[in-house]
Design a protein around this ligand. Structure first.
Ligand SMILES: Cc1cc2nc3c(=O)[nH]c(=O)nc-3n(C[C@H](O)[C@H](O)[C@H](O)COP(=O)(O)OP(=O)(O)OC[C@H]3O[C@@H](n4cnc5c(N)ncnc54)[C@H](O)[C@@H]3O)c2cc1C
Length: 369
């Protein structure tokens, strides 16, 4: 990837030209953005809250051209969401770009200013992770809660919530629990079911949030079998040049020092996206075999993997459509009106990455405290 990308948007067109990813016509089209002084889309500075939203594709295609969108922005943002950036809410799915788009008719200029103002350390890591595994986060939360005698019930689905006069009765397989306040951190569909009888209008709209499913496949392959050097963090597949099964491949052992090994490379592969369950319909060994074909095409790998692990994430990634922030505001207002004491948090609302989910959890806790 060329230097200077902000969520896939190029801010250094020389680096983009040197990368060879976009044609000279595509770069010339993107360069028109640099001299633009007239607003050409609805992100015209009049919408500070992002309520008058549009899709990422709409904005990027208009400002920088189809090629930059299809070769750079869409692979990244469609990939992160297992969706399609042409239908992804700009305000909710790429807030940083939305802010820049409202600052100036030239998106590149606004993003350059944003980057300079942020003063990122040049050696700051691009990726952050938890070397001992992401589950450490939830294990730690559980341990802290247990330490302070907060009861935690795992594998205990809530079947209903009903008002009980002063608060709420939460029905679970372990019996009824009385609650003054509730944070519903469940995905949109279970949340809709739980709110159905107490905030029906909100529940109706929440139930229509679409989700994507994806398979994550970790492969251990012999470094001797690699046809390319692992000199980057991996690759994304553009929808304009699709592969039959693979949508992205993270070179995990090049990306994370703790996974590096002299003999074995670890690849983490994504397959499946919103509206395409072909990969998820395959059984594990057929899926690994199908991905082997795509790895041969892209990385020249001919040998079968030494080990593989398939994890299926069914209906795990909410698809933020244009207008999402306004819908979230309406859901929160509806719940606050019809079900006071119930709070909404999680990936369905204000960002699906872990930092965004943690921020929402903290906000909900602060609202209660
Ligand atoms: C394949 C994949 C890769 C990802 N990679 C990254 C990444 O690299 N970085 C990043 O920041 N984010 C990543 N994400 C996104 C992030 O992991 C999720 O968006 C986030 O974990 C969602 O958290 P959540 O608490 O909102 O929802 P969830 O983690 O879905 O939790 C919801 C919980 O509600 C429970 N539940 C459902 N119904 C009920 C009920 N009736 N009663 C009680 N409980 C119920 C479920 O069992 C579940 O435990 C990835 C997501 C996926 C799917």
């Amino acid at each position: 990837m060329p230097a200077g990308l902000v969520l896939g948007v190029p801010t250094d067109l020389d680096a983009l030209a040197a990368s060879g990813i976009v044609s000279s016509e595509g770069i010339a089209r993107a360069a028109q953005d640099l001299t633009r002084t007239e607003w050409i889309d609805s992100a015209n500075g009049s919408d500070p809250n992002g309520i008058d939203d549009q899709s990422v594709g709409e904005l990027i295609r208009a400002r920088l051209g189809d090629e930059v969108h299809e070769k750079l922005v869409s692979p990244l943002l469609s990939g992160v969401n297992a969706g399609d950036a042409d239908y992804l809410s700009l305000a909710a799915g790429a807030a940083q770009i939305a802010v820049a788009a409202r600052k100036s008719p030239s998106l590149i200029t606004a993003l350059r200013e944003q980057t300079t103002a942020a003063q990122h350390h040049p050696d700051a890591p691009v990726f952050h992770g938890i070397p001992v595994g992401t589950q450490t986060l939830t294990d730690l939360i559980l341990a802290r809660l247990t330490q302070v005698d907060v009861p935690v019930h795992l594998s205990c689905p809530v079947s209903s919530i009903a008002p009980n006069g002063s608060g709420w009765t939460v029905t679970t397989p372990l019996g009824a629990i009385a609650a003054d306040e509730i944070i519903l951190a469940t995905p949109a569909q279970p949340t809709a079911r739980l709110l159905d009888s107490i905030a029906p209008e909100t529940a109706d709209d929440l139930a229509s949030v679409e989700y994507a499913s994806a398979a994550m496949v970790s492969l251990a392959v012999s470094k001797k079998s690699l046809g390319v050097p692992l000199d980057a963090s991996g690759f994304l597949v553009a929808q304009t040049d699709p592969l039959p099964t693979l949508t992205a491949c993270s070179w995990a052992s090049a990306k994370w020092a703790h996974l590096d090994d002299p003999e074995v490379a670890i690849l983490r592969i994504s397959a499946g996206k919103h509206g395409d369950t072909h990969a998820l319909d395959l059984d594990d060994s057929s899926l690994v075999e199908a991905l082997g074909v795509d790895l041969n095409t892209t990385m020249g790998i001919t040998a079968p993997p030494i080990e593989s692990r398939v994890t299926r994430w069914i209906d795990a990634l909410p698809q933020y459509r244009p207008g999402h922030p306004a819908r979230v505001a309406a859901w929160r207002a509806g719940v606050s009106d019809e079900a006071p004491g119930i709070h909404l948090a999680g990936a369905a609302y204000d960002g699906l990455g872990l930092p965004a989910c943690i921020r929402q959890g903290r906000q909900a806790a602060a609202d209660i405290a």
